[in-house]
Design a protein around this ligand. Structure first.
Ligand code: AMP
Ligand code: MG
Length: 343
């Protein structure tokens, strides 16, 4: 089995943010599907083109992130945010008051390719932020699109507040580190869910609740994790991405009428009678498989089959994250439980 792209060493270059070409070079690497660590006012982020599922899958692989938690899309200004998400009046008031800055707003996704399914973990909402760090702003502006940027560390490690921390974790796994010295805020962004009314606090962070309440003119309730209809943290839902078709995992044979979701050319008995066969990666590349997962589930579901049979996938690398997503797709729904993904 070939998992080269999961471990493919990359040559990690270093550029000081004072280099006049740094922002343009970072934008060029992002546009080519590469991974760029850059400072935000909170911590160093690991940036990838939010519209490019291959780049987002490579980001998960570089972080060693165990599950596909949705990512925050970083944009240059409120106008760009307003094209990716549908900003309510409350969201606009908060954006006006706190952007650029350490505030993330969850809004209904406006559709289109700006933030791919994988980056949103298949949700119909999107988390948006306009960071205040001038280097982050220059890079995002030069790039022109939305940039997903979780903390630039290996999963389970402490978030990086200096370029050296990034190098210690990700040297040889990413393409470029833009160094602008230590970051200022060091605590993550506050996340407010503005997809419903009233807005709710999903994660406390750089902008205090009281400051948000002053702008809203009323109290900001915390998200209630028991509210199955409006999940506080999407990663906590057992059933997270839910195709209409039933999903049968780790099959050793295909039943009549089922569609087959396979990997690395595997054809279990009965495959010849499958309603449809999709191979997540004929070459056995788990990064490619991750990038294709949501699209494949949608296509199989769109074919109207009663059930999707899924072959076992290798557990290493992104295989764990794929298994996590497939497990949620197969789980009874809707239903709470399961632990949140770590980042
Ligand atoms: P970070 O790991 O700092 O990049 O932050 C990601 C956080 O944003 C995670 O806790 C996610 O659960 C949260 N998040 C991202 N997108 C959404 C969304 N659409 N709805 C709710 N929370 C989200
Ligand atoms: Mg982190």
């Amino acid at each position: 089995m070939d998992h080269r792209r999961v471990r493919t060493p990359r040559t990690t270059r270093f550029l000081p943010a004072s280099d006049p070409a740094a922002a343009d070079e970072a934008a060029r690497v992002l546009a080519a599907g590469g991974l760029v660590a850059f400072p935000t006012e909170t911590v160093y982020g690991l940036g990838a083109d939010a519209a490019n599922p291959d780049a987002v899958a490579a980001l998960y692989a570089a972080k060693g992130r165990p599950a596909f938690n949705p990512l925050i899309a970083h944009v240059a200004d409120t106008a760009q945010a307003g094209r990716a998400g549908r900003l309510s009046l409350a969201a606009r008031a908060l954006a006006e008051a706190f952007w650029p800055g350490p505030l993330t707003l969850v809004t209904p996704y406006a559709g289109g390719p700006a933030v791919c399914d994988l980056a949103r973990a298949g949700l119909d909402t999107v988390a948006l932020r306009v960071p205040a760090h001038p280097v982050a702003h220059r890079i995002i502006t030069a790039f022109g699109g939305a940039v997903v940027a979780p903390s630039a560390n290996r999963s389970g490690h402490v978030s990086p507040t200096e370029a050296e921390h990034v190098r210690a974790d990700l040297d040889g796994l990413i393409d470029l580190i833009v160094d602008a010295g230590p970051t200022s805020v060091g605590v993550e962004s506050t996340i407010v869910d503005c997809a419903g009314d009233p807005p709710r606090l999903l994660r406390p962070g750089g902008v205090p609740r009281a400051a948000i309440e002053r702008v809203l003119g009323h109290p900001l309730p915390s998200a209630d994790a028991s509210d199955a209809h409006r999940p506080a943290a999407p990663g906590r839902l057992a059933s997270h991405y839910a195709p209409r078709a039933a999903v049968r995992l780790d099959v050793s044979s295909v039943r009549p009428g089922e569609a087959l979701l396979t990997f690395h050319g595997a054809r279990p008995p009965g495959a010849e009678h499958a309603a449809l066969v999709l191979d997540l990666s004929p070459t056995g590349d788990l990064v490619e498989a991750a990038a294709r997962l949501y699209g494949a589930l949608r296509r199989l579901d769109g074919a109207g089959v009663p059930a999707i049979a899924v072959v076992p996938l290798p557990p290493e690398g992104l295989g764990e994250a794929i298994a996590d997503r497939l497990g949620r797709a197969a789980a009874p729904r809707p239903e709470a439980a399961a632990g949140p993904a770590q980042d």
